[in-house]
Ligand binder design. Structure first.
Ligand code: G6P
Length: 616
């Protein structure tokens, strides 16, 4: 959450900072600010409440601010309401230290009181201001060495942070520290960049250094030096990011979300392509990048999917597929619950952490908990080099490319595709499917990208239907089995970007309470892609219809009898039932998108949300 960017070089810093912040605005967008230094003059700090464009207007797109070294921040408020006062950067009264921060300082009250006793004044409600003043305090107390001051602060601070700080006595330098909040550094011939996420600096360099937990860095134009907590220099090799800069641009689409919805055939086909290939009309899976031996795969007694948000919904769908194909019991846990739960876990369990960003605080904490108790972990991650990818015992990458819209679409689809590969591979190694079945499944699997493309062709009808939904107060999604998992994700898409209350229910649960909410005109969307459950779910839909619901059904081509019951039907291409979520989710993503547009909302940056949830 929140976005940080820093630049030191020969060019004017402010326009570069604003450009970088624009790429990061999906991480937080309630206020923003920059601090820029012109040679050894004091820092100029400009902040603004609201979207980045307010800050940009205030600074004439950065052109009004002189200086070639600076830091910037776009905020998602944790401590203190969104306001100019609480916006970063925060600075000491004598301009000695100015800094920006992502994360949460848990013991900030304690530190604040201490700093007040030491004579510091506070002007905001933020934990960040406490961190900046603590750094200043240690800088002045000891040897006036920025790295030492940062290190001393780091051992006293509890919580998570990515900090970018400038010191008055060190013009042209940016100092950085990190714990549990992502931070990367990019260096070119005569410029250096720091950012909380890759898209901010992709335009300038693809080679990035990852700062590890409890490490620091000092950036000067064209160089970066890394330090551990003892102040020793740490050698690092850069990692090449193979995303291209244009993938973080809208490329003619009105919103990133629509662009990313349309990128799904490619995201899925690239992801599948990195594991599945064909030779002489036979498909094979190359699972070596996961690093499991067959013996290990055979020894697992159960799988836990642990994730947050849409990634959790991927686990929900995948659990049905794995249980059915590989005969392994699967549990799905919300990372925020799992991390604090004291439960007995069999030592032969595999915990699969799914995460687009690889930085979600709860997912990372869940992963660390597993490592602590000696449970094997596999990460399914989109961002190369992210914390979850690096810390898991095994890691597999989705190839969705950078995802900017807060509401995930292509990363979800790529994760889902990868989970099917996992299911088929585990089933095959464990001998629960034979070669013939494996070939049949893979033959179907590789058709997903083309079928997603076909599903996308139905856009206009969904757009029309969305205009009817736009005035609704409540929408209910119901389904069974994989359809229930589809409904969970469809409902989340709807509520997060349209702000319409929506709920997903296992169709059989309706009778246990929720059906009392159905009245004349209530919108109910039923997902019916699972042939064995079709009749059952249909009965539940009819039960709502007899109580006055307006019914939309989502099913496969061929199930035309549904027209007798439903008021509106969306068909998706036929596919093996196991993979139905990959197609059925597309109309639901489109529906959320179009309803949000029809209501005139900010599709890519829905209120109160941020893409990468790096605080608890
Ligand atoms: C946020 C995003 C969701 C995402 C969830 C988990 O809530 O808006 O789209 O599913 O975080 O993020 P992760 O990066 O771990 O997949």
């Amino acid at each position: 959450m929140c976005g940080i960017v820093g630049y030191t070089g020969k060019k004017k810093a402010a326009p570069i900072l604003l450009d970088g912040l624009e790429k990061l605005e999906y991480r937080g967008y309630d206020s923003a600010g920059i601090a820029v230094r012109d040679g050894d003059k004091d820092a100029t700090v400009v902040k603004a409440k609201g979207r980045l464009k307010v800050l940009s207007e205030k600074t004439d797109a950065g052109k009004a601010i002189k200086g070639t070294c600076g830091i910037g921040h776009t905020r998602w408020a944790t401590h203190g309401e969104p306001s100019e006062n609480n916006a970063h950067p925060h600075i000491t009264d004598d301009f000695n230290v100015v800094g920006v921060h992502n994360g949460i300082i848990e013991n900030y009250q304690q530190l604040r009181e201490k700093m007040i006793r030491k004579g510091y004044k506070f002007y905001s409600d933020t934990d960040t201001e406490v961190a900046i003043k603590t750094i200043d305090y240690y800088y002045k107390k000891y040897t006036h060495d920025p790295i030492e001051a940062l290190a001393k602060t780091m051992v006293r601070v509890r919580g998570s942070y990515a900090l970018a700080v400038m010191f008055k006595d060190h013009p042209g330098k940016i100092f950085v520290a990190r714990k549990d909040s992502p931070m990367i550094v990019g260096v070119t011939k005569d410029e250096s960049f720091v950012a909380s996420d890759v898209p901010a600096i992709l335009k300038y360099t693809r080679n990035v250094y990852y700062i590890d937990d409890l490490e620091m860095a000092c950036l000067e134009s064209g160089t970066a030096t890394f330090y551990n907590l003892d102040g020793d220099v740490v050698e690092k090799t850069p990692v090449e990011i193979d995303w291209d800069a244009s993938s973080a641009e809208k490329e003619g689409f009105e919103h990133f979300m629509m662009k990313e919805i349309n990128e799904q055939p490619r995201a899925v086909s690239d992801t599948l392509g990195s594991f599945v290939s064909s030779e002489d009309d036979k498909y094979k899976i190359d699972f070596t990048s996961a690093g499991f031996t067959d013996e290990e795969i055979k020894a697992f007694t159960q799988i836990y999917f642990v994730a947050c948000g849409s990634a959790y919904h991927v686990g929900m769908a995948a659990q049905y597929v794995i249980e059915d194909l590989a005969g392994l019991p699967v549990r799905c846990e919300l990372a925020s619950e799992f991390r604090y739960r004291n439960m007995p876990i069999d030592k032969n369990t595999l915990v699969v952490i799914i995460s687009q960003s690889g930085e979600t605080a709860d997912s990372l904490a869940a992963l660390r908990k597993c490592k602590e108790i000696g449970i094997k972990t596999l990460a399914i991650v989109n961002v190369v080099g992210s914390s979850i990818a690096r810390e898991a015992d095994h890691a597999l990458y989705t190839l969705a490319g950078p995802e900017i819209s807060v509401a995930t679409t292509k990363a979800y689809s790529a994760q889902l595709a990868l989970s099917y590969v996992l299911a088929i591979e585990f089933a095959s190694v464990r001998g629960t499917i034979d070669e013939e079945k494996k070939q049949a499944l893979l033959t179907e699997l590789v058709t997903i990208p083309e079928k997603i493309k076909k599903t996308l062709e139905d856009k206009e009808r969904i757009q029309w239907f969305a205009s009817k939904l736009a005035a609704q107060k409540d929408i209910f999604f119901i389904g069974r089995g994989i359809d229930y998992a589809i409904c969970m994700e469809g409902s989340l898409k709807m509520k997060e970007i349209s702000y319409i209350h929506s709920e997903a229910y296992a169709a059989g649960e309706l009778k246990h309470g929720t059906i009392s909410l159905i009245e004349e005109g209530t919108f109910v969307i039923g997902s019916l892609t699972q042939s064995e459950l079709y009749e059952k779910t249909l009965s539940n839909l009819v039960e709502t219809k007899t109580r006055g619901s307006y019914l939309m059904a989502l099913t496969s081509f061929g199930n035309y009898s549904i027209e007798d019951q439903a008021d509106f039907v969306v068909y998706v291409p036929k596919i093996d039932d196991h993979f139905a979520a990959s197609l059925a989710i597309i109309p639901l993503q489109l529906m959320g998108y179009y309803v949000s547009c029809a209501r005139g909302l900010d599709v890519d940056k829905p209120r109160n949300l941020a893409k990468s949830v790096t605080v608890e």
